[in-house]
Design a protein. Structure first.
Length: 140
């Protein structure tokens, strides 16, 4: 006569196939018991009344349930730190032009006189300028 055992998870009767080592009637009861003991994220797998009844596994939490104010604050702080480091580490020559830079460039191009740097100062110490309208070099 074979001895029947009681499953530690579902409470059903079963005939053990391994002498004294088997505690559950099936692999599904064994794995559900293990998951239930792990307490993943505070939710347990529901108990099963009989072996024929399938457990209802709760749905994963939605995006709104996962988000928290602390998580949003940490993300914002991380992005701010990255932007500050990027701003400090990027040389001015590699930064994109702003509207003010474009306006300054327009004003520079529209001006009449350009400083000529490869011509020295005159005898009075005045720098040389190129006059766009007349096309001459003058000292002012």
């Amino acid at each position: 006569m074979k001895k029947t055992e009681i499953c530690m998870y579902c409470g059903g009767d079963y005939v053990p196939k391994r002498r004294g080592a088997q505690k559950f009637c099936s692999n599904s009861c064994r794995s559900l018991n293990w998951k239930n003991n792990q307490q993943i994220k505070g939710s347990k797998v529901p108990d099963v009344v009989s072996i024929d009844e399938k457990p209802m596994i709760p749905e994963k939490p939605s995006l709104q349930e996962k988000m928290s104010l602390a998580g949003i604050g940490n993300a914002a702080a991380g992005i701010a730190v990255v932007e500050i480091v990027k701003n400090i580490a990027t040389p001015n020559a590699s930064k994109p032009a702003t509207k003010k830079d474009i306006e300054d460039l327009k004003m520079f191009i529209k001006s009449r006189y350009f400083l000529v740097r490869n011509i020295g100062r005159d005898i009075h110490g005045k720098p040389a300028y190129y006059d766009i309208i007349t096309g001459n070099i003058i000292h002012m």
